[in-house]
Design a protein around this ligand. Structure first.
Ligand SMILES: NC(=O)c1ccc[n+]([C@@H]2O[C@H](COP(=O)([O-])OP(=O)(O)OC[C@H]3O[C@@H](n4cnc5c(N)ncnc54)[C@H](O)[C@@H]3O)[C@@H](O)[C@H]2O)c1
Length: 368
């Protein structure tokens, strides 16, 4: 437990996603964004001005800022570990965008640095704290689907176009459909089925090179470093099984499909990349799905930061924790290993149990 009043936040990385974070973080009374920073200080200055944040500059400004307690790391995947470790070394709590790190060793270092410094670390996604997946969790824990047995998740799109601004980043180590979108689906599965025990996967790369149509490398072929179609068979510590497809090789777009089959009913939950959405329930013998509206607070990107802020002041455990993000990283590393060498890869990390979000939890209330 420490300090009083709203918790000071410093953002590092003022790119595309910073707009969603700043929209929400500047509306949650329990946090106060004190500074926006980026490798390109001009970009930081523009975002600070757009959201009424007083200060902006290079990343060091956030790291050394006396009124920043939580650093929000919104940099590109290859910079995540370095920026998170620098923030922890500076004595700041950390929230990082996904993936938590590019490999297990870096992920472990982050968790250990936080523990060693008595600091909090948490990682995206925080979508599972929203109304959609929390309603699903309440329904499952109430026994509405009976004993959860299996899950099916599908994310299939044509992938980024040749003129996508970040094409090269998206096709590099740390991205691809598994590392870019997997965190949403795999984290959701941990909330319903618990820890992954082992994974068996296949991966394919339909186009081994791509030619960007924009940016500094326009017209030059780039190597695709990642599988662009990934199929996973997963086993959970509790004995359940799941099948997941993460693909950027599908002309047909089908995303956000997360279906849980239990002994009494099948539940289709909202897109785990969103904070809201209807649920659909089909009990054994039903001819149709029953729509179940989501209830409770919706929020948006930044809920995980707010949860850390409130946890810092009250001393309780935060939900989107480093250990959970590490387990998801470990699962993605195991899937990548299985694609490379074939066969099942066992996991030795586990997902901590996460406190549910109460329906009365209000991100817009001043509680500190
Ligand atoms: N774009 C989206 O829709 C989206 C959605 C959810 C999550 N994310 C995640 O958010 C993160 C950022 O994505 P984005 O789309 O905003 O990327 P982006 O490329 O638009 O922005 C990244 C920013 O980070 C800055 N940066 C890079 N390395 C840095 C460093 N070492 N120190 C300081 N600043 C640095 C860059 O200059 C850039 O302004 C990624 O991890 C991505 O997976 C993105």
């Amino acid at each position: 437990m420490s300090g009083t009043g709203p918790v000071g936040v410093g953002v590092i990385g003022a790119g595309t996603i910073s707009g969603q974070y700043l929209t929400n973080l500047t509306r949650f009374p329990d946090v106060e964004v004190r500074v926006v920073t980026d490798l390109y200080p001009q970009r930081a200055a523009e975002q600070a001005a757009a959201f009424g944040v007083a200060e902006s500059g290079p990343p060091e400004l956030a790291l050394g800022h006396p009124d920043v307690e939580i650093v929000v790391n919104l940099t590109v995947p290859a910079a995540h570990a370095e920026v998170s470790l620098a923030a922890l070394a500076a004595g700041k709590h950390v929230w990082t965008e996904k993936p938590f790190a590019l490999d297990r060793a870096a992920g472990r270092k982050i968790v250990e640095a936080a523990d060693g410094g008595g600091l909090r670390v948490g990682g995206a996604p925080d979508t599972f704290l929203g109304a959609g997946l929390q309603t699903a969790r309440r329904l499952i824990e109430r026994g509405d689907i009976g004993t959860p047995l299996t899950a099916l998740t599908l994310f299939e799109t044509p992938g980024p176009a040749d003129d996508h601004r970040n094409l090269e980043v998206l096709l590099s180590r740390g991205a691809g459909p598994l590392w870019d979108m997997g965190p949403y689906y795999l984290t959701a599965l941990t909330q319903f089925l618990g820890s992954f025990r082992s994974v068996t996967a296949t991966g394919r790369t339909a186009r081994p090179t791509r030619v960007p149509r924009t940016g500094p490398r326009a017209g030059t072929p780039i190597a695709v470093e990642v599988a662009t179609h990934v199929s996973v068979l997963a086993e959970f510590a509790g004995g359940q099984a799941a099948t997941s497809v993460l693909s950027w090789d599908s002309p047909h777009r089908r995303v956000g499909h997360v279906e849980l089959a239990g002994s009494e009913a099948t539940l289709s939950v909202p897109d785990p990349n969103h904070f809201d959405g209807d649920l659909h329930l089909r009990r054994a013998g039903d001819a149709e799905w029953t729509v179940v509206p989501a209830t409770g607070p919706v929020g948006g990107r930044g809920l995980g930061v707010l949860d850390i802020a409130r946890a810092v002041r009250t001393g309780r455990q935060h939900r989107a924790s480093g250990l959970l993000a590490y387990h998801v990283l470990d699962t993605m590393a195991a899937i990548t290993e299985s694609i490379g060498r074939g066969g099942a890869v066992a996991l030795d990390s586990s997902a901590p149990r996460v406190d549910p979000v109460e329906e009365s939890w209000d991100p817009y209330a001043a509680t500190l």
